[in-house]
Unconditional design. Structure first.
Length: 140
């Protein structure tokens, strides 16, 4: 995407209300259920990540995305859902490291919970997992 296109789209998004935290949490919760239920096991094999993403790792990742875990984070880190003083930063730029697979998607989710627009710059060594995760959350 060219800079002028990015600037135009970002400006248009800033004029709209932020994505509802409830929508973000519901999508994450559904993704967590699917992940724990094995719905993505084949995709994990396609990415050649079955040794890295063991059952224990998948369970831990899914637990971070459960509705109760995300609601607790909102309550403790963002002073709750009704925080009238919450002031999103606007646009966040996330630059990811190549050695932390999937962390880019998690960073974007945190930014969405705070009401921000998020840009994600992936490492040249990115394995595609963050893009897959974000596309899947959008689909859900």
């Amino acid at each position: 995407m060219r800079y002028d296109e990015l600037e135009q789209k970002t400006t248009a998004l800033l004029e709209q209300p932020p994505l509802s935290r409830t929508v973000v949490i519901e999508a994450c919760s559904r993704f967590s259920e699917l992940l724990n239920g094995g719905a993505y096991d084949e995709k994990i094999r396609e990415y050649g990540m079955e040794k890295l993403l063991t059952g224990e790792m998948i369970s831990r990742a899914a637990s971070l995305l459960r509705a109760d875990a995300l609601k607790k984070r909102v309550e403790t880190e963002l002073s709750g859902f009704q925080n009238q003083f919450l002031m999103p930063l606007g646009v966040l730029m996330h630059v990811t490291a190549g050695n932390m697979t999937g962390i880019g998607a998690y960073s974007v989710l945190e930014g969405l919970l705070a009401g921000n627009i998020n840009l994600l710059k992936l490492s040249s060594e990115d394995d595609g997992l963050s893009v897959f995760l974000l596309r899947e959350l959008i689909r859900i």
